[in-house]
Design a binder for this molecule. Structure first.
Ligand code: HXC
Length: 514
């Protein structure tokens, strides 16, 4: 064969593989409103940057007619490319080829690109669109999943791992996304569940659609499994690019610095928080009032919305923000918001991202439901995560910082590096009304006019404790600042924390309450 003929053969082979599962299967994919695996990769990566690996891998299964089946690429496309000019590793399961099911060689392709991403210290992006373990391959498919989960765990905290759910992600397959850092879902396209509707019907006799069971909204609003929700695959890819723009490429890298610009004038920090302390406000606007260009990239926006987490930049550097949200449940800590904050704090710490915390909360959410759902165990995650984090940790107390909530939200006692408080801050064991009712119960009951006595005692308690100065007198608060001084104070704190160095006791690892 002449060299030209060999090139022709290569072209022919490539073309065949690029056809995936064939025209009919592709049409079905398109009819479901989905892009093909190859289109997804091309759309997500910088133009012309994709280098495909293992295009000609073939499965070795022989049972159940598999010996007669040629599965192009074995149902998954893998390789490297760039996003924003920086290299990433990627795999995309191809649903048009045997439903993107995961056989042994399919898994080998994925684990090979995972090994590459860990070795070369670059992010891993996995696009999931699969019917799960390839049934014809039996335990070999399960072995493949196990190998993936093991690598997800090894890479955790070393390189960013992003999972994009663009189709079914069924059965044990869901555990790879669950082990990764960020999960992206798209409305009407993403479906994630351990046991599907058919199993539920058989075992429990209940009818439920895939969408109701594990659709994109379910995981964005109820379970918290997803971090980013979008209406379309295009929007999802934009979210991935935005997220990556804040992240370092590994735990030894620093994020690319962004342009330094002042916050927008529309976010006037002195006007965001109402004078009446019972009035709520959107704490995201406080964050926007201190970040460069008022930029705030929120994570898990619709789940546990009483806690706000996300990235922004200050002086061009990525900062992780954690804030109580007075708009939802008065910003209390509960089971879900504790999980949300705890995990994000650990993420920031693993990737050397400083954490700024805004505090305004009445404490932990009371109630039998919360107690029985394990608010003690879940709430402890926040304490653990802040205490363990060694990145720069800065706190701003806006209004209420009561009880356990005060301690948990990055107090001095958990080793905050800087604690600022606004003049309206109240640092106390509990709110004045509750406190007066308990400690002056006898006086109030014995008074001729109990209401008047209660009001008087509430006022006494407020005067004594409902301010930042008792905590400031002890040095628990470093500085009481006016709201407009917040960005300046934060920038200064961040500047002087650049070389922060603290030790932790030698240990293999701690035992966090998860
Ligand atoms: C082999 C599979 C497959 C699988 C789908 N296909 N899932 N082949 N193993 N797991 C094939 C179908 O036979 C079909 O092939 C093609 O993919 C497209 O599938 P359809 O069913 O036609 O597509 P659709 O109607 O869109 O339904 C998609 C689906 C459904 C909901 C995902 O295919 C399904 O329920 N699949 C099985 C899901 C499942 O139970 N997986 C195993 C989970 S257990 P042809 O040749 O007809 O085009 C598991 C354990 C992992 O994953 C444990 C790890 C710890």
């Amino acid at each position: 064969m002449s060299s030209n003929k060999k090139v022709q053969e290569l072209k022919k082979r490539r073309k065949e593989v690029q056809q995936g599962g064939g025209e009919k299967a592709i049409q079905k994919q398109v009819a479901m409103g989905k892009m093909t695996a190859r289109e997804r990769i091309i759309k997500l990566l910088d133009k012309g940057s994709f280098n495909e690996y293992d295009m000609f891998v073939e499965h070795e299964a022989r049972d159940f007619g598999m010996d007669r089946k040629k599965l192009h690429g074995d149902g998954v496309i893998t390789g490297t490319g760039t996003i924003g000019g920086r290299p990433v590793c990627i795999f995309a399961q191809d649903f048009t080829v045997a439903g993107g099911s995961l056989g042994f060689m399919h898994a080998r392709k994925i684990t090979k690109i995972m090994d590459h991403s860990l070795k070369m210290r670059m992010p891993l992006i996995g696009i999931n669109d699969s019917g799960g373990a390839r049934i014809q391959e039996g335990v070999n498919s399960l072995a493949g999943y196990g190998e993936i989960f093991f690598r997800n765990t090894l890479a955790s905290g070393v390189i960013p791992q992003l999972s994009v759910i663009l189709g079914p992600c069924a059965g044990g397959a869901v555990y790879s996304p669950a082990l990764t850092d960020f999960v992206f879902v798209v409305d009407n396209i993403s479906k994630m569940f351990i046991t599907g509707p058919e199993v539920i019907k058989t075992v429990l006799g209940e009818d439920i659609s895939m969408e109701e069971l594990g659709g994109a909204r379910v995981h964005s609003e109820i379970t918290g499994n997803a971090h980013f929700f979008s209406e379309s695959e295009d929007e999802c890819f934009d979210q991935i690019k935005s997220l990556l723009s804040y992240l370092p490429w590994s735990n030894t890298d620093v994020p690319a610095r962004k342009e330094i610009v002042d916050p927008l004038e529309e976010f006037n920090i002195s006007e965001i928080v109402p004078a009446d302390k019972r009035q709520p406000y959107d704490v995201r606007n406080v964050i926007r009032a201190v970040t460069d260009g008022s930029d705030f990239f929120e994570i898990q926006e619709s789940w546990a919305a009483n806690m706000v987490i996300g990235f922004g930049t200050m002086n061009g550097r990525t900062i992780g923000f954690v804030a109580n949200q007075p708009l939802v449940l008065a910003g209390v800590l509960d089971v879900d918001s504790s999980d949300k904050a705890g995990r994000f704090i650990r993420y920031c710490d693993a990737f050397n991202i400083p954490i700024v915390t805004f505090v305004d909360l009445p404490g932990y959410l009371p109630g039998v439901d919360q107690e029985h759902a394990g608010v003690i165990r879940h709430g402890a995650k926040v304490l653990y995560a802040y205490s363990e984090a060694t990145v720069p940790k800065i706190t701003v107390i806006i209004r209420k910082a009561y009880g356990g909530g005060y301690i948990a939200m990055n107090s001095r006692h958990l080793r905050a590096d800087f604690v600022f408080a606004w003049p309206d801050a109240e640092v106390a064991v509990m709110g004045p009304e509750g406190a007066a009712n308990i400690i002056f119960r006898k006086e109030i009951a014995a008074a001729e006019d109990p209401d008047q006595m209660r009001a008087q005692k509430v006022q006494e308690y407020k005067e004594k404790f409902a301010n930042p100065y008792v905590a400031a007198a002890k040095g628990y608060i470093d500085s009481v600042i006016e709201p407009w001084e917040t960005r300046k104070s934060l920038l200064h704190a961040l500047d002087v924390s650049g070389e922060k160095s603290v030790g932790m006791p030698m240990k293999k690892h701690g035992i966090p309450p998860f």
